[in-house]
Design a protein. Sequence first.
Length: 41
Amino acid sequence: MNGQSYDDVVWSYPDPIPEMAEIAGLMSFYAERDEVDQTVN
């Protein structure tokens, strides 16, 4: 973001939609990817 690089970034769904309540509090990351790009509008 803003030209910066971050290692070991994860995201979570603290309040997922009701149909996916079982993922609440879990952490996720792309283990199979060496690089993930993010665009912020």
